[in-house]
Write a protein that binds this ligand. Sequence first.
Ligand code: GLC
Length: 567
Amino acid sequence: MTPQTSLAARTAEQQTSPDLQWWRDAVVYQVYPRSFADSDGDGMGDLPGVTARLPYLRDLGVDAIWLSPFYTSPQKDGGYDVSDYQDVDPRFGSLSDADEMIARAHELGLKVIVDIVPNHSSDQHVLFQQALAAGPGSPERDMYVFADGKGENGELPPNNWTSIFHGQAWTRITEADGTPGQWYLHIFDTSQPDWNWENPRVHELFQDVLRFWLDRGADGFRVDVAHGMIKPEGLPDATVNSAGLIDIPEGEVPIYFDNDGVLDIYREWRPILDSYEGDRMMVLEAWIPEHRLPLYIGDEKAHQSFNFGFLQARWGVETMRAAIEKPLALADAVGSPTTWVLSNHDVIRHASRYGFAPDYEFGEGLRRDEIPDAELGLRRARAATLLMLSLPGSAYLYQGEELGLPEVSDIPDELREDPSHLRAGVPGRDGCRVPLPWTQDAPGYGFSPTGKSWLPQPEAFGPLAADAQDGVEGSTLEMYRTAVHLRRELGLGRPDAAVVFAEDLPAGVLGVIRGDVTILVNTTDAQVELPASSVAGDLASAEVLVASAPTSPGTVPADTAVWLRTS
Ligand code: GLC
C-alpha cells in the first residue's frame, strides 16, 4: 500500500485553485482527545498521545484530522465547556504539545482542524465569573445572556425555553449581596452559559481566538453549534404543544437556533481565514433545515457544513439513495461539495445502529437492554462506509470506526459523564466515547501505559484492537485503508465527477456509477447474481476493487458493498 502523500505533493500554487482546495474532497479523521491515546497513564487521552499515533493516521490514508476541544475546561461536557480558548487543558498537555502535534501532522502531510465553541463558554470562564460578580446592567454581565425573571419577584425564568440537554434553559443566580438575582441562558448544560453575540466585544474575542489558532498553524475550524449564537430579539417564548412541550415541527429547529444574524458571523470570519496562506477552512456543525444551507455556505461565508442526512438514513435502497441525491443537489446549488459522515462523538456508532431493524426508534444513546445484532450491524456498517467513501465531496470518519467499534451500552451509570445523562437519566453519548483499543494483549488494550481508562472498555474491544487487525486481510481496518487509498487514486472524492444511479439492477441493490467504477450495495439478506449486461456494463465479470465482505465472482453477498471496475 502506498503511503498517503498526495497533500504534501500538492504545490502551494495548486492549493489556491478552487478545484484543488484540500478540504473539498478530503477524508477527515475526527479525534476525540479524551479517548484516542493516553501518553501519561492517567486514563485520559492527551495531545502527546495523538502526536505519537499520527503515523497510524497517515497510513490509514486520511488527509486531515479534526480534534474535538482540548482547551482549558472543567470537562462538564467533554471539553465543549471551554474556560480558556487560548490554552490547552493540563489533562491534555500544554500549548507546546499542541504546537508539536500540529507541526508533526504537517510533516506527515496531514491538515489539522480544531474545534471552536462560540455559542457558549464554561461557567468557569473568567469573563463569566466577572459577569456574576458585577451587577445587573454592567458591561461584564452584558458579555452573556442575562435577563430578569418573570413573576412578582423574578422567581420565574425569563421565557419557556428548554435546554438541548433537558430541563429549562435558564438558571437563576445569587447576586454578590446574597439576594436571588437575574437568570442566565444556557441552551446546553448549566455549566455552559451562552455568550451574548449582540455585544461587539464577544465578536472581538472570537476573532482573536481564530487568529490565535491560525497563527499556530490550524488549517481550519469545526464550528460547534454553528446555527446558535444569535437569539431572537426580545427572547420571546417558544410555542408549546398541547402537552406543554416546546413545539418543533418536523424539519424545523428550536426558536433559539438558525436566526439570520448568525450569518453575519461567518461573513466576519471568512476574511480572517482568507488573510492566511493556504486554504484555511471552516466546517459548520449546523443542524438546520436543508433550504437554509445556501445562506450559510459560499465564497464570503463558511466553506462547508456537515450533512447529517446520510447518517440518519435507514438501511435500504430508497432511503440511502435519497440521502445521496439531496445533498448532491444542494451542493450544486451552493457551489461547495457536500460532506459525508456516519459516526461522530454525539451519535450511536454506526456499527451498532445498523444492527437494529431499519425502523427502530433510537433514544439518546443505547440502554443496557437495547442489544443490537452485532454481526449484522458491523456487516452493514462496513458496506455503508464503502458507499460513503465512494461519493464526491469530503468524508468525515470518527475515531474507532475504522476498527468497527460498537457502541458500548453497559457503562455503569455512575461512570457516565454526559450532561444529558446527569440531567435527565438518558444513557447519553458516553457509549461512543469509550477509549480506543490499540493493542489486544496490553492492559487497557494499549490505550494508556498504566491500563487506566476514564470509561471502562468492554471485552469485545480486545479482538478489535488495531494491532489485531493490522495486516489481516478482510479486517475492518484493512478495508478502510484500502478504500481510503483507492478513493484518492480513483478520484472518487472529486466533487466535479458525476454520480449516476444504475436503475436496472436486481431488487434491493443500490448502484452508483462513477466513471468506470461501479459501487453496488446489496441491502437484501440474500446473495445476488450480477448481470452481464447493465447500464453500468458487464458487472458479472467486472474486477472487484474492494468489498465489505468476501465475494465470489459475479455475485454480491447479503448486506455487502463492492467497488467494481467495469472496463
Ligand atoms: C455540539 C457538540 C456536542 C456538545 C454540544 C454543546 O453539538 O458536538 O458534543 O455537547 O455541541 O457544545
